[in-house]
Unconditional design. Structure first.
Lengths: 285, 763, 160
């Protein structure tokens, strides 16, 4: 399980990095950030990039800060940065709640938030977060910079809207209103394993009824998705078991779950309902 | 003071003394196979079949041979003189055709089968070149189930390699007179030991001395040497095996595999040491699998729930070849199935069938894990159908301590099974006591009323240990008083050295820390039984004891002369011979005695045993089921076990705790799954799920030493396998209880999806 | 530089190693082979088992998931550096005392995992400590003794 040969590049600026990517990506060059997903695939020789562009030495990509209405997370920010809330309020708390489910402690020391987005594994928690909270992703290339909305970013399993020579430099999460409630529920075989299904929910209360509901489901399909039908089932209703059950059922009905040799679509569908309801119960607690 | 010495005399047996093995392990100085390097070595990398079944059309190695650092690429045609991997005990004409060729010859029969071997200057280059070896295979239909009718193995031979029967009594009469017949179909999933260290071996050949060396051997070095000598046509004394530190065995490491043969042949032919270190992907596809059996079992019972007869037909999924254990696991399955119960009539028929999967062999408590699951599910089913409490039902059928020794009319490992001693019911009572059974039942009731799906399950079992026929040891004391114990044993991490040192120290009268135990070295001793079948402590331990006692007598005789004292007044403590009686003070150290003797102070002795010992136990599990996800949490696990006599309780507890984790893994998490083309789906540790900290409860332990074995003077029974045996059965039983569906669990592992299917189908 | 070697310096347990390595060489392999420190073991080579855990630049990492070239100039700590002038680290002593090892193969990884987190967060809660320890796999012990040993060592390290 030794990787195939590659040429190694370690640029010190974003400009250098994208210039290098423009040269090497067409011939099978990849970005190396945390490496916690990429290196195992290279060990299995499922990925045999001829070039690796290591972005870990680029200054300035480790920035995490609130810029007005958004939380900006740079490409080199590690999962571990979220072990304690990076900001006051529900968004900070949400990220800290979710991060505990991502792999294990040493993996979180190296793996990056943006790397997880670029990888687009269906079981990626951060992809679910970005999708559910309407994040904006900033991609850079020799052609300049562009913004990609989260809902346009993940196209399918392990597939994103990034061009082969684009570097994801930052993601911006809209700051949730201070009175937002959230809940997250995931099911995996063992602690830290890939989620078989997961649900992330957020809402506010206006005059005692649910407003601005967000229900995102991940792990169950080839990409994370907000489930409009489930959100609709909540909007304007009082939080409680009836509304939550309705939303859960809507979510379960709406998904077109993945199936493989060991996990059936039906089983995932059942999980989606259960986890959506549990996430909502958490939010209300 | 002389009499004071008697009180100071340290006794190590029964003490949880710290392990002698530990210091190099915690400092990183231990040497495992991958840490061993020889000057000039080359690395071997296997090219493995990507097809589960097929005919090899061609193997193109031109591109591989041209790559940098590549020394050679071999296929079957390059090793015509090497026979298929032999059985440990030698040729068995009826089975010889099913042995695995060292490199696939004409056909491939499982994904991962070695097809070619690449030898290169380093492991990275070897892997690069292996990727470039093009193997063209014409696919053949795959056989993936042992329950299907057998297919073709080769012309004139089908995939049912053997049919094994054992039985006694009038089974027809039993069923004819039954008040009730209970029938079940049960299966145990394919899983295995999966130690943290993968396999590895280094072959080295000293042409000047015509000495062939295999480094990295473990488990049964002497048997392996015999096997290798046979296969390679060499004398025993021209091959030596060297074991170093070993990262876990569990039965699957230490059998001879094709790669072990290849590094030796290559070392001789290529004139350089050859190092092979398996990677994890390879390990999961090629190291011995185990456990997969499907049973169709029925019991005839009388109106009181007493068993009149058991009739079992089972299908053992052996995988693609018959490896070094031949049919032993199947024979053992027949022999151990009845467990602790009185079964007046019995019939077991085992179909030993080959499939296109990784070959299988023994894994910790082989045949016992499987049969305990089957038998205890049967007991629960009988209880359920008769409306009898499952514990009461078991009590009614248990062999009693007054009936010991109890001969079964069955055999295992070539040994007639006779349970030596045991109070099965007594130990069960102690276990229930320790758990405070009444309170536990009340708690469970209360939690259920609150909506929790919590349940308790029990499994009872008989283990086996101390397989003979004999072992010996050589012990010597040098001039400094250091003691060296040479055994043909093996350490796989279980604390072998410490236990042998404790035994030697007590018998001889010295500090256990001054005892150095040699094992795994065929060049230091010509014989040995290695470490398997929970026999090391029993057999080698008793051999060490006898040898140390013999050495003690020699030392006392010499001391009597040197001290001019009657031998009856002498004793040894802390390595010093002293006078036990009042007044006199002269003493002499063992080291000085050694110096005074020509040719020194040494002894060699053997321990013989006719029969194995049969320790026994009960496992009790408490689980909580999440009815909406099918997730199962193992909340509590109690092991009650009769250890006979614990040499080092701390080590016994460690063995049991580790065993429980493995047993629990097989019950809930671990499975080698194949798709319908025979492609392995659990070929990484992300897919083959080993229990982690959050999945593993702290094991509660009840060790009983009130039935010491009568089969050896030390009263020891082995404990290496005691934690794993009943775990599958106990957890299955607890899940049934938790979900309130008796007999729900008929298959291991219980995955969340399978459990949801059961729950959903009952709505 | 086409498939050529890169010159790097790794400082392992305070000692500098100047090396020329192929970029694809995994950090664990370079530590074990070029630098001769075989205490760090490889259990899976795909980042799941944690046996290869070491500390790089003060960060606890899985050394099978990094390339040696990424660590040029880095301070690396492995199990061989735990003992200080012949005196064992409290964790090493605790592991022996509590029988937290059997085959010893996963032990260096657990030791470095524990050292890394306890040095950074000496007052880590027991729940969080358990979560951290759950990063690594052991096949022999069933974990209970490992947890006991780390708790005992943590208490000793806090008191020191």
């Amino acid at each position: 399980m030794k990787p195939a040969p590659f040429q190694y590049h370690a640029p010190h600026t974003v400009a250098e990095a994208v210039a290098r990517l423009a040269e090497v990506a067409p011939g099978g060059g990849l970005v190396l950030a945390g490496g916690q997903s990429l290196v195992p695939t290279m060990a299995f020789r499922l990925a045999t990039p001829e070039h690796l562009v290591d972005i870990n030495r680029i200054e300035g990509l480790g920035r995490i800060a609130v810029d007005g209405e958004v939380l900006s997370i740079g490409a080199n920010v590690r999962h571990a940065a979220f072990h304690t809330p990076v900001m006051e309020g529900p968004l900070g708390a949400l990220l800290t709640t979710v991060v505990r489910h991502i792999a294990h402690y040493p993996v979180r020391q190296r793996g990056t938030f943006c790397g997880s987005l670029a990888q687009a594994d269906p079981a990626s928690e951060w992809c679910l977060v970005a999708e559910t909270l309407d994040a904006t992703l900033i991609a850079r290339s020799v052609r300049g910079s562009r913004e990609i909305a989260a809902r346009d970013f993940v196209l399918g399993a392990m597939t994103t809207a990034l061009e082969e020579d684009e570097l994801l430099v930052e993601v911006r999460l809209p700051v949730l209103p201070a009175d937002s409630r959230f809940g997250f529920s995931e099911f995996s075989r063992r602690a830290g394993d890939f989620a078989i299904a997961m649900a992330l929910v957020a809402y506010r209360l206006e005059d005692g009824v649910i407003a601005a509901p967000r229900i995102g489901v991940g792990g169950a399909e080839d990409r994370p998705r907000r489930i409009e039908a489930a959100e609709q089932a909540l909007r304007g209703r009082e939080p409680g078991s009836e509304a939550f059950q309705a939303a859960a059922e809507a979510a379960a009905a709406a998904v077109d779950p993945l199936s493989d040799f060991t996990t059936s679509a039906d089983y995932r569908r059942g999980l989606v309902g259960t986890l959506t309801r549990r996430a909502l119960q958490q939010a209300a607690a | 003071m002389a009499s004071g010495r008697q009180q100071d005399k340290q006794i190590y047996i029964g003490q949880s003394v710290p392990r002698l093995e530990d210091p190099p392990m915690v400092t990183g100085e231990a040497r495992y196979a991958a840490d061993i390097n020889f000057p000039g070595q080359i690395h071997m990398r296997m090219v493995r079949s990507q097809h589960a079944h097929g005919e090899i059309v061609s193997i193109d190695r031109a591109e591989a041979l041209a790559m940098p650092g590549v020394v050679a690429v071999w296929t079957a045609g390059d090793i015509p003189e090497v026979p298929p991997v032999d059985f440990r005990e030698g040729s068995i004409p009826a089975l010889d055709a099913y042995r695995q060729p060292v490199l696939a010859d004409g056909r491939v029969r499982y994904v991962g089968e070695p097809v070619a071997a690449v030898f290169a200057e380093d492991a990275y280059l070897a892997e690069d070149a292996a990727e470039k070896v093009r193997v063209e295979v014409k696919e053949l239909p795959v056989t993936l189930s042992a329950e299907e009718p057998p297919g073709e193995f080769e012309a004139g031979r089908d995939t049912e390699a053997a049919v094994v029967k054992q039985g006694y009594g009038d089974i027809e009469a039993a069923f004819a007179s039954a008040h009730k017949v209970v029938e079940l179909e049960l299966s145990v999933g394919r899983h295995s030991g999966v130690p943290m260290e993968t396999r590895g071996a280094i072959g080295r050949y000293d042409a000047a001395a015509d000495m062939l060396e295999l480094h990295g051997a473990a488990k049964v070095p002497h048997k392996n040497r015999e096997l290798l000598a046979r296969m390679l046509g060499r004398s025993l004394s021209s091959i030596n095996l060297y074991a170093y530190h070993v990262g876990g065995g569990f039965g699957i490491r230490g059998e001879i595999y094709p790669e072990d043969i290849l590094v030796l042949v290559a070392a001789m032919r290529l004139g350089r040491p050859v190092k092979w270190i398996e990677d994890r992907y390879e390990h999961l596809m090629t190291a011995n699998h185990s456990r997969q059996q499907h049973h169709k079992i029925r019991a005839a019972v009388d109106a009181d729930g007493r068993i009149l007869g058991i009739d079992d037909e089972f299908f053992h999924d052996q995988g693609a070849y018959v490896r070094s254990h031949d049919t032993r696991v199947v024979k053992m399955t027949c022999g151990v199935l009845v467990g602790p119960y009185k079964v007046p009539a019995f019939s077991a028929l085992g179909h030993f069938r080959l499939t296109n999967k990784t070959p299988a062999a023994t894994y910790r408590a082989p045949a016992r894990y499987e049969t305990t699951f089957v038998r205890e599910r049967l007991m629960d089913a009988i209880a359920g159908e008769m409306g009898i409490n499952p514990i009461a039902l078991r009590r009614r059928n248990l062999i009693t301590s007054e009936e010991m020794p109890f001969a079964l009319n069955l055999e295992a490992l070539g040994d007639a099974i006779e349970y030596d001693s045991g109070d099965y019911e007594g130990l069960l009572d102690k276990a229930l006591d320790q758990l405070d059974w009444e309170t536990l039942q009340k708690d469970v009731k209360r939690r259920r009323a609150d909506g929790e799906a919590v349940g308790v399950g029990i499994a009872m079992f008989v283990e086996k240990s101390g397989l003979g026929p004999s072992d010996g040891a050589k012990i010597s004391v040098d001039n400094t008083g250091s003691v060296e114990v040479i055994t043909g044993g093996a350490s796989v991490g279980q604390g072998f050295e410490t236990v042998m040192a404790q035994i030697c120290a007590d018998a001889l009268g010295c500090d256990y820390r001054r005892v150095q135990v040699v094992h795994g070295r065929t060049d230091r001793i010509d014989y040995g039984i290695g470490a398997h079948a929970s026999r090391a402590t029993v057999v080698t331990g008793n051999a060490v004891n006898l040898t140390a006692l013999k050495l003690r007598e020699k030392a006392l005789a010499a001391a009597a002369e040197l001290l001019q004292a009657p031998i009856s007044t002498l004793d040894i403590s802390s390595g010093v011979v002293y006078r036990d009686d009042a007044g006199s003070d002269p003493s002499i150290s063992l080291g000085d005695i050694a110096r005074s003797l020509e040719p020194g102070l040494a002894a060699e002795e053997r321990f013989h045993t006719d029969h194995q010992t049969y320790p026994y136990g009960s496992h009790i599990a408490v689980v909580v089921v999440d009815r909406e996800t099918g997730g199962v949490k193992l909340e509590r696990f109690l092991v009650a076990y009769d250890i006979g006599r614990a040499i080092n309780p701390m080590l016994v507890e460690g063995q049991i705790a580790g065993g429980v984790a493995q047993g629990m893994g097989g019950a809930l998490l671990e499975e080698f799954v194949y798709d319908d083309r025979g492609q392995p789906l659990a070929a990484s540790l992300a897919d083959y799920l080993l229990p982690g900290i959050h999945e593993t409860p702290t094991v509660e332990l009840l060790l009983a030493e009130d039935s010491p074995s009568r089969r050896n003077p030390m009263g020891i029974k082995g404990a290496g396998e005691a934690g794993v045996t009943g775990a599958g059965a106990a957890i299955a039983s607890a899940i049934d209880d938790a979900i309130g569906i008796p007999g729900a669990i008929t298959r291991l592992p219980v995955t969340p999806q399978r459990l949801m299917d059961i729950l959903n189908s009952r709505q | 530089m086409s498939n050529g070697k890169t010159d790097i310096t790794l400082t392992i347990n305070g000692r500098e190693h100047s090396l020329s390595v192929d970029p694809r060489r995994i950090l664990a392999d370079v530590i074990r082979e070029e630098c001769g420190q075989t205490g760090t073991h490889l259990g899976c080579e795909h980042g799941v088992c944690g046996t290869c855990t070491i500390i790089v630049g003060g960060v606890t990492v899985r050394s099978c998931l990094m390339f040696a070239v990424q660590c040029d100039g880095a301070e690396i700590r492995t199990v061989e550096g735990l003992a200080h002038k012949g005196e064992l680290h409290p964790l090493q002593r605790a592991f022996m005392q509590h029988h937290a090892l059997q085959c010893g193969f996963c032990t260096p990884g657990f030791l470095m995992l524990a050292v890394g987190v306890l040095e950074r967060e000496p007052n880590i809660s027991d729940d969080d400590l358990l979560d951290v320890l759950s990063s690594n796999l052991c096949r022999c012990t069933g974990y209970a003794n490992i947890v006991k040993a780390v708790r005992a060592a943590a208490a000793e390290m806090r008191a020191a």
